[in-house]
Ligand binder design. Structure first.
Ligand SMILES: Cc1cc2nc3c(=O)[nH]c(=O)nc-3n(C[C@H](O)[C@H](O)[C@H](O)COP(=O)(O)O)c2cc1C
Length: 393
């Protein structure tokens, strides 16, 4: 066992929440807060996790569950258990293993990895690192030509689906990032950086690994014609002019030609529109509470969306998933599978690849134990009868 794997083995890490203090200890504050924080007052961020407590289980006791089947199918792909890895921007800042390490861990666990546009590793390398399916998450950054180029690269690399995030017409106001000087730290102007540098110097181990990895990388998957890969400092500005509209989805769908997933649906109206526009799946998501603060927790929005879609396409969800029991609750309420963001990103930050492997191991064991305790022998057999929701839902 490697040193990193030992650091995240039991009894140091028993549940996902155990990764958070380890990540906090290893990362400089601006990087930790970028990962951990949400928009504005962080109401939606907190609510995403809390709302799982409102849903309670209705177990069938005295049932012998023999082999427990955790498999599920998403977009025709067999996954060993119903959790995919969500796109998490700047993963390579969290650990040099970055997106390639996370994808490798996903493949080893028999599930899919979704690569963010805002990534430090090339889509080709991430795809090659994983033995499982890789999806590409698209922001329309850097103009149409840059987007067309990456859609083609993702296709040639063998990505199994294109995930278009529609909740980011502008980056949410992440107050912690402003306080920590995230923009100044990325800007390259030494004078502006100076007030914020002590937070970085406080984590020498991270600094060494970051510098060994080559320092701040550009975005190798956003290549602007005539200019080359986009600089990280340009990301916020680029996001603000990258709104995806339903009209854009038409050309994206034609260009891509494969399964299209719409991420960031919270209402029946958008769900029906996504069906009409030919999406193969949608992700009920509020971006982990990082965009519009004050929207409903994802789990709370899930039943409305599931009802609107009426089985026409697959419904995934993300937001607040920290335990296998959360995954089971989401499936009982109609999700085909969930995406995990911070649940694996804390692990990545704490111990790189080994941390993601451990996070997935914990979630998988949780799902199996929950099914056995529920008296249900497969993920496919989960339904609404296994949970109670508040009368007001
Ligand atoms: C640090 C961080 C970066 C993220 N970057 C992206 C991104 O680049 N694209 C995207 O569609 N979603 C992004 N998300 C949102 C996740 O894909 C996902 O919706 C969210 O993390 C789910 O909530 P959870 O963290 O509670 O699991 C990011 C989330 C985090 C925490």
């Amino acid at each position: 066992m490697t040193r990193a794997a030992r650091a995240v083995a039991s009894p140091h890490v028993i549940c996902i929440d155990d990764f958070r203090p380890l990540a906090r200890r290893r990362l400089p504050r601006p990087v930790f807060d970028y990962l951990d924080g949400g928009a504005d007052g962080e109401f939606t961020l907190r609510e995403n996790c809390r709302v799982f407590d409102d849903v309670t289980f209705r177990p069938r006791h005295a049932v012998a569950v023999g082999n427990c089947d955790l498999r599920t199918r998403v977009l025709g792909l067999d996954l060993s258990f119903p959790a995919l890895l969500a796109p998490v921007g700047y993963s390579r800042l969290m650990h040099p293993d970055g997106e390639a390490g996370a994808a490798r861990a996903a493949g080893a666990a028999g599930t899919a990895y979704i690569l963010s546009t805002i990534s430090g590793h090339r889509v080709e390398d991430v795809k090659a690192a994983s033995s499982g399916p890789v999806f590409y998450q698209l922001y329309l950054m850097g103009g149409r030509e840059a987007s067309e180029a990456i859609i083609e690269r993702a296709r040639v690399a063998g990505c199994a689906a294109l995930v278009v995030t529609i909740d980011t017409p502008v980056a949410g106001l992440r107050e912690r990032d402003f306080r920590n000087g995230m923009k100044e730290l990325m800007s390259g102007n030494l004078l502006e950086k100076i007030p914020f540098l002590p937070q970085m110097i406080a984590r020498p181990r991270w600094i060494v690994s970051f510098l060994r990895d080559g320092g701040l990388s550009k975005l190798p998957n956003v290549v602007i014609p005539g200019k080359g890969p986009m600089e990280l400092v340009d990301v916020s500005k680029a996001l603000a002019s990258s709104t995806v509209t339903w009209e854009d989805l038409k050309w994206i769908r034609n260009l891509w030609g494969g399964p299209l997933v719409i991420k960031g649906v919270l209402t029946a109206e958008d769900a029906r529109r996504a069906v009409d526009e030919g999406a193969a799946a949608i992700v009920v998501s509020n971006h982990g509470g990082r965009q519009l603060d004050g929207v409903a927790a994802s789990l709370r929005a899930l039943p409305e969306v599931v009802a609107a879609v009426n089985g026409q396409i697959e419904v995934l969800m993300d937001g607040g998933v920290r335990r296998g029991s959360d995954i089971v609750k989401a499936i009982c309420l109609g999700a085909r599978a969930v995406l995990c963001g911070r649940a694996y990103a804390y692990g990545l930050s704490a111990a790189g690849y080994a941390g993601v492997v451990r996070a997935l191991e914990i979630l998988r064991a949780d799902v199996e134990r929950t099914l056995r305790l529920l008296g249900c022998s497969s993920v496919a057999a989960l339904d609404r009868s296994y949970v109670d929701v508040p009368k007001t839902w």
